[in-house]
Design a binder for this molecule. Structure first.
Ligand SMILES: *Cc1c(COP(=O)(O)O)cnc(C)c1O
Length: 402
């Protein structure tokens, strides 16, 4: 804030699909003196978070933690298991899948990109067919974004595992869960994922600056023969240090205090209840959008995201002008349309540390903003969400979303 910026009272409504609002308890947990990252106190913290983070990924295997944004963990996943010229199968689910594909190209990997209209998740049948055609097993990995944050479409990770198995193909399975981990049901071990990529600033409720690779035995084995250059991202460099709770370089010490608190909070609520809460907030948001008479970008209901909803604005209107009006009038940030979708959609983030009334506040801001921006719509979206929340409130928490 500059001295010339007038103070805005109350909390800013950060309703973008990440970074998400950081709970006070996590802010307090990080408000600590910086400590010696080679000393005994850090060692206890390091051991604790390296062990406890496994539960969030639903894995018994190792999880690597990097002092980096999610993009770093993408690069770590690719460089640790692949070699120059390797073919990888990727799905064009949206902006983030496209960025990951562009990274693969830069690294000297050869992506085979299955295109889509950015309104659905990845298709297991298309994947199975491509893998069956690959008789010589030239494809070394399948890469999928679980929750495509640019579109609000989720890919069926368990079904894609089954499709890889049905094709009898040995490719590694790499999944980006940056905006789904701790928001949407995810099972690293059960779904046979080889590398799960994630980040701190979305469902984990932390500031940006940490990212993750959860790995399988098969991925660790592949890393022994992978030839892409890596040092900062190298699992091999990390493993001997992690065994004792340490890192080969300075880790994000204070963010790790925050991670420790975030894992406790998720476990206290119960992961299944966290998922049910996200499902409920997503359903309320979709009911509001439908009542306004606007269109949800995701056209396949089974692929609806519980982390965010992308909403199309009618032709002749600009979603970013609308977002600007909402920010000025109500101090709320909504997600912008990315690349192909710029000006065409706005995104309502409903992930992280939110509750029913926060979501209603956000929906109030959207409904008032639609009127201010002159976007044709019907009233009653907030009312529809209120009715849904009120009806759900009497039910046991973990069943409420069903
Ligand atoms: C946010 C996001 C990214 C990028 O992560 P950064 O932390 O910005 O590097 C990648 N993939 C998905 C699905 C995301 O939501």
């Amino acid at each position: 804030m500059t001295a010339n910026t007038p103070r805005t009272a109350g909390r800013h409504f950060l309703q973008i699909p990440g970074p998400t609002p950081v709970p006070d308890r996590i802010l307090r947990a990080m408000d600590m003196p910086v400590l010696d990252h080679r000393g005994p106190e850090f060692q206890r913290l390091g051991k604790r978070v390296l062990e406890n983070i496994k539960g969030v990924f639903k894995t018994k295997n190792h999880v690597f933690i990097y002092p980096a944004s999610g993009t770093g963990a993408w690069e770590a996943a690719l460089t640790n298991v692949l070699s120059p010229g390797d073919k990888v199968l990727m799905f064009e689910t949206g902006h983030f899948a496209t960025l990951w594909k562009n990274m693969a190209l830069k690294l000297g990997i050869e992506p085979v990109f299955i295109s889509s209209d950015w309104r659905t998740g990845a298709d297991p049948e298309a994947l199975e067919q491509k893998l069956r055609e690959d008789k010589n097993h030239e494809i070394k990995a399948v890469c999928v974004v679980h929750n495509e944050t640019s579109t609000g479409c989720v890919s069926p990770i368990g079904k894609i595992r089954k499709a890889i198995d049905a094709a009898g193909h040995p490719a590694l399975y790499l999944v980006d869960t940056i905006s789904s981990l701790a928001s949407i049901d995810y099972r690293h071990d059960e779904w046979g994922v080889d590398v799960t990529v994630s980040g701190s600033q979305k469902g984990l409720m932390l500031p940006p600056g940490l990212s993750f690779n959860a790995v399988s035995e098969k991925a660790l084995k592949a890393s022994k023969t992978s030839k892409l250059p890596k040092l900062f991202w190298s699992w091999e460099e990390m493993i001997p240090h992690n065994k004792n709770g340490f890192f080969p370089y300075t880790p994000g010490t204070n963010l790790l205090y925050g991670l420790d608190a975030a894992i406790d909070m998720l476990n206290e609520e119960g992961l299944e209840n966290v998922f049910a809460r996200h499902d409920r907030h997503a359903e309320a948001t979709r009911r509001a959008v439908r009542a306004w008479g606007l269109e949800i970008l995701c056209r396949v209901p089974e692929h609806y995201s519980s982390s965010l909803t992308a909403v199309l604005v009618p032709d002749g209107h600009n979603a970013d002008d609308f977002r600007g009006r909402v920010l000025d009038a109500f101090d709320m940030s909504l997600g912008t349309g990315l690349t192909k979708l710029q000006g065409k959609v706005f995104r309502i983030g409903h992930l992280g540390d939110t509750n029913d009334l926060t979501i209603l506040g956000a929906l109030c801001g959207v409904e008032m903003g639609l009127a201010l921006a002159g976007i044709p719509h019907k009233e009653g979206g907030v009312q529809a969400a209120m009715q849904y929340f009120a009806a759900q409130a009497g039910k046991p928490r973990s069943i409420a979303a069903e």
